[in-house]
Write a new protein. Structure first.
Length: 426
């Protein structure tokens, strides 16, 4: 941890650019740019730097933004792991990797360097989508290691993520959403000895193990709670051997799912097809994990765990203010964004070292406590406190009060994984 921390600091001089990124752990939520600048100037004073808020903007240049991006790229090369959590379902695999991306909308002035996805006919703020940045992360919910975040232009497709070049260890389980469904990729994972689990992409040809085509609607169970576990081959060229796992949802879950579909369709100005409306009655998954290693209910519980990476991005934006900034100058916005990302990587490292052994930890609560310990990190950084002592104090501050208690209704993901039953997944 100490080596990773020191290397992530980059240059060792006392420049504002070289150290004030640490304040991104607690910087955000100010009501005005002036408040933010005063806070940053005061923070620089704790590092022994003389920085006037009036000249602060001069430090946010393209050179500084490039330096911070390089620093982020260096930081993500370090993999900080914790002891695997004591959940038997997760421990069946070498790692349980959830992968996803998240968009950050940028001002249109940055569209040349960071082109976005563009607008649609229903967008009233079309200009806001001309520039954007995509963050991609692969997170091991067993040992806590986080690969990323990697940054790309907002228009980049998931298949072009730098994570595609990062091999996973044989025996790992990879979980992702439908945006990552690609038969060649799934076949490659199978050949590498990596397991996959994700929802079935409707329209993908399905064959029986005997080579006969299967019409999906003909094999789906009709009674609420009924399950299907069928060996299949995926793709027109029969590229991937897998299992088709299906469960018929209860009526209330079907109603909730269809309501969400209607809301999404309304927001995007699209119509729901009759087939999609009918398929909403089932949760349909594909996996190459053997039957002896994973049941349908356990697969549902693990698919629920994929939502953790969505919550991670939500945490970064809600508490880390990742998609907000105080400046209007393009270079300053990039400096703020990259500095915050570096701070969030360090925050994740500290969370792993502080409480990963508690499978029921509340990551938002843990990170809130960690951000309150920024002064402790500053003292360690300046050599006024040993790293061992600083980390011990941070761990002690997290202990107690950051666990999610058991609930009679709507159990947490960790409780669902503990039970190995995915009944709560709709």
């Amino acid at each position: 941890m100490q080596d990773a921390w020191r290397s992530s600091m980059g240059c060792g001089d006392a420049s504002c650019q070289g150290r004030c990124w640490l304040n991104s752990l607690s910087w955000g939520g100010y009501n005005s740019r002036r408040q933010a600048e005063v806070a940053l100037a005061r923070f620089a004073g704790t590092l022994g730097l003389r920085l006037k808020k009036q000249t602060l903007d001069a430090h946010f240049t393209q050179q500084t933004a490039d330096w911070l991006l390089a620093l982020l790229q260096q930081a993500v090369r370090y993999v900080v792991c914790a002891q695997a959590v004591s959940l038997p379902l997760l421990r069946r695999f070498r790692a349980v990797l959830v992968e996803d991306g998240s968009q950050i909308t940028l001002p249109a002035a940055l569209q040349e360097r960071w082109p976005g996805c563009g607008g649609t006919a229903t967008d009233h703020a079309d200009a806001k989508t001309k520039a954007g940045m995509k963050l991609t992360v692969r997170w091991d919910v067993l040992g806590g290691a986080m690969d990323g975040p990697y940054v790309q232009a907002g228009r980049a497709h998931e298949s072009r993520s730098p994570l595609r070049e990062r091999q996973m260890a044989p025996g790992s389980l990879w979980i992702a959403d439908l945006g990552y469904f690609a038969l060649q990729w799934l076949g490659q994972l199978s050949r590498q000895g990596v397991f996959f689990l994700l929802r079935y992409l409707d329209g993908t040809p399905i064959w029986s193990s005997g080579g006969k085509p299967i019409e999906l609607l003909d094999v789906l169970p009709q009674e609420a709670g009924a399950e299907l576990d069928l060996p299949i081959v995926l793709g027109a060229r029969k590229l991937v051997q897998a299992r088709l796992l299906v469960i018929r949802l209860p009526a209330d879950a079907i109603k909730q799912r269809r309501e969400r579909m209607q809301e999404r369709a309304r927001q995007k100005g699209k119509r729901i097809s009759a087939r999609a409306w009918e398929l909403a009655q089932w949760t349909i998954m594909v996996t190459n994990v053997p039957v002896s290693k994973l049941s349908v209910q356990e697969a549902l519980a693990l698919l629920r765990a994929r939502w953790q990476i969505e919550l991670l991005f939500k945490l970064w934006k809600a508490q880390g203010y990742l998609d907000e900034w105080q400046g209007v100058k393009a270079e300053r916005i990039l400096c703020e964004l990259f500095a915050k990302l570096i701070g969030l990587v360090i925050q994740h490292w500290l969370a792993l070292l502080s409480c990963w052994d508690d499978p029921h930890r509340s990551l938002p609560a843990v990170c809130e406590v960690i951000r309150g310990q920024v002064p402790t990190l500053v003292h360690a950084l300046m050599g006024r406190l040993s790293w061992r002592t600083a980390l011990r104090l941070i761990k002690a501050s997290v202990a107690g009060g950051c666990s999610i208690p058991a609930r009679a209704s709507r159990p947490s993901t960790s409780r669902i994984l503990e039970m190995g039953v995915g009944w709560a997944l709709t």
